[in-house]
Design a protein around this ligand. Structure first.
Ligand SMILES: C[S@@+](CC[C@H](N)C(=O)[O-])C[C@H]1O[C@@H](n2cnc3c(N)ncnc32)[C@H](O)[C@@H]1O
Length: 394
C-alpha cells in the first residue's frame, strides 16, 4: 500500500516531504519546503483521501508533526486534498440550538484560555478581530488602531453619546472610542478572563467614568432605546442562525431612533452555508469555536432589514483578515516556547492550525467578512447621515 500511495502522491509534484513511521521519507516534489512527519501508520491510509479536518486533528493528537511554515503546510495540505478528494456537497447544513448555557460554555472554552497567551500574538490593545491595512506593510498594531478609527468614523461618534459594544473582548474598542471620541461606552462580554483584564486596563487608563464593562449576554440587556450608537465586532458568528432574529431584535430595541448600528463579522461563502475548504470548517467547529455559525451576508442584511433597520453601507474586508491572521500566526510561530509555558500542547497545536488555516481560508475566499452599517430611521423616515461617505476619510 505504501509504495502505491507514495507513487500516486509523487505524481502530484507538491513541495512536500513525507517522513514515514518506518524512518524512511519520500519527497512529493523537487524541492520540499514543508515536511510532515507521520508518527501513526494508520494515517497513511487516510492520506489517500486527506481532508483538512482529519489532518488537523492528527496534528492536534500528535500523530503528525509539521516542519516548516504552518501556513505553507496548510496550503500544501489543501492542494493535496483538492487533488485527491472531491469537494462534497453535504446536503442540508445542521444548525445548532443556542441557549445561554451552551453559549457561555462555548465562549469560556475559547476566550478564557489564557489572557497571557492571547497577549503574546495579538496587538498591544488586544483587538481580536480583522485589522484595517491602509498600506500593505502596516504593522498589526497600526492596522488595528486604523480599524478602530474606521469603525468609530463610520458610526459618526460624537462626544457625550452612549455607545453599546456587544462582545467587547478585551475592551480595545471601548477604550479607544471613550478616549478619542469622548463617548460613554457600555461593553458586554461572556468571557470572565476578558472582563478581568479589560476592566484592569480601563482603570489603569483612568477611563472608569466613561467605560462600563460587564459580563452579560446580549439577550439580557434591559430596557429599550438606551444607546445612540451600537457596535458588534466579531461577535455575531457566535449567535447561531436560529437566534439571529432575536439578536437583531435586541440591537434595534436598544438603539435610539436616528441611531446607527455597525455589525462587523465573518460571513459564509455560500448563501445556503454549505461547507467549503475540504473539512476546514469542521475542524474549526470541533476544536476552535464550538457552536460558531457563519451566516451569509444576505442573512445579516435581511435580519437587520426585518427589524426596520436600514442598511446604508456594506464593506468587505476579506483581504484585510487574511493579512491580520497571517500576522497573528507569524507572531505565535515566533513565540512557541513562551506559548508552550502558557497553554497545554493540545491547545497550542489547535491555535497554530486555526490561525494559519484561517489566514489561508480568507485568502482563498472560503469565507468573507463584512462591516454592515445600518440606521434606525426616525418615525418620519429621515436620518441625519451625510449624503456621501467622504467624511469617513477626511
Ligand atoms: C472575537 S471576540 C471580539 C472581541 C472584540 N469585539 C474585538 O474586536 O476585539 C467575540 C466577543 O463576543 C463575545 N460574545 C459572544 N457571544 C456573546 C453573547 N451571547 N453575549 C455577549 N457577548 C458575547 C465574546 O465574549 C467576545 O468578547
Amino acid at each position: 500500500m505504501l509504495a502505491q500511495l507514495t507513487a500516486s502522491l509523487s505524481a502530484l509534484k507538491l513541495p512536500l516531504r513525507l517522513s514515514l513511521p518506518d524512518g524512511g521519507s519520500v519527497d512529493l516534489g523537487p524541492s520540499p519546503r514543508v515536511e510532515l512527519t507521520i508518527h501513526d501508520p494508520a494515517l497513511l491510509q487516510e492520506l489517500q483521501a486527506p481532508r483538512l479536518d482529519r489532518l488537523g486533528e492528527a496534528f492536534v493528537q500528535q500523530r503528525l508533526d509539521i516542519r516548516g511554515s504552518v501556513l505553507e503546510a496548510v496550503a500544501v495540505a489543501d492542494r493535496l486534498s483538492s487533488l485527491l478528494v472531491p469537494e462534497q456537497d453535504n446536503g442540508d447544513v445542521l444548525h445548532q440550538p443556542h441557549d445561554r448555557r451552551t453559549d457561555a460554555d462555548a465562549i469560556a472554552y475559547h476566550y478564557d484560555l489564557s489572557n497571557a497567551f492571547y497577549a503574546l500574538w495579538l496587538d498591544p490593545e488586544m483587538v481580536y478581530s480583522c485589522a484595517y491595512f491602509r498600506h500593505p506593510d502596516d504593522s498589526l498594531a497600526k492596522a488595528q488602531v486604523q480599524k478602530l478609527d474606521h469603525l468609530c468614523r463610520k458610526l459618526r461618534l460624537h462626544s457625550g453619546e452612549r455607545l453599546l459594544d456587544v462582545g467587547c473582548g478585551w475592551g480595545g474598542l471601548a477604550r479607544h472610542a471613550a478616549r478619542e471620541y469622548g463617548v460613554h461606552v457600555h461593553g458586554i462580554t461572556l468571557s470572565k478572563q476578558q472582563l478581568k483584564l479589560a476592566s484592569e486596563r480601563v482603570a489603569a487608563q483612568g477611563l472608569g467614568d466613561r467605560v462600563h464593562l460587564e459580563l452579560r449576554d446580549y439577550r439580557d440587556l434591559a430596557g429599550k432605546e438606551n444607546y445612540d450608537k451600537i457596535i458588534s465586532v466579531g461577535m455575531f458568528e457566535h449567535v447561531g442562525h436560529a437566534n439571529l432574529p432575536e439578536y437583531f431584535r435586541v440591537l434595534q430595541n436598544q438603539l435610539k431612533p436616528g441611531g446607527l448600528v455597525m455589525n462587523h463579522g465573518i460571513t459564509a461563502h455560500h448563501v445556503d452555508g454549505r461547507p467549503v475548504g475540504h473539512g476546514a470548517g469542521a475542524f474549526i467547529g470541533r476544536y476552535v469555536f464550538p457552536h460558531g455559525e457563519l451566516p451569509h451576508l444576505s442573512m445579516a442584511v435581511a435580519g437587520l432589514s426585518d427589524q426596520g433597520l436600514e442598511v446604508v453601507d456594506v464593506e468587505s474586508l476579506r483581504m484585510h483578515y487574511a493579512r491580520t491572521l497571517e500576522l497573528w500566526s507569524n507572531n505565535l510561530e515566533q513565540k512557541l516556547d513562551q506559548a508552550a509555558a502558557l497553554v497545554d500542547e493540545r491547545a497550542l497545536r489547535i491555535w497554530r492550525i486555526y490561525l494559519a488555516g484561517c489566514a489561508y481560508g480568507f485568502s482563498r475566499n472560503w469565507m468573507d467578512i463584512h462591516q454592515i452599517l445600518a440606521v434606525k430611521p426616525l418615525p418620519n423616515g429621515s436620518h441625519s447621515l451625510p449624503l456621501t461617505r467622504e467624511d469617513i476619510y477626511l
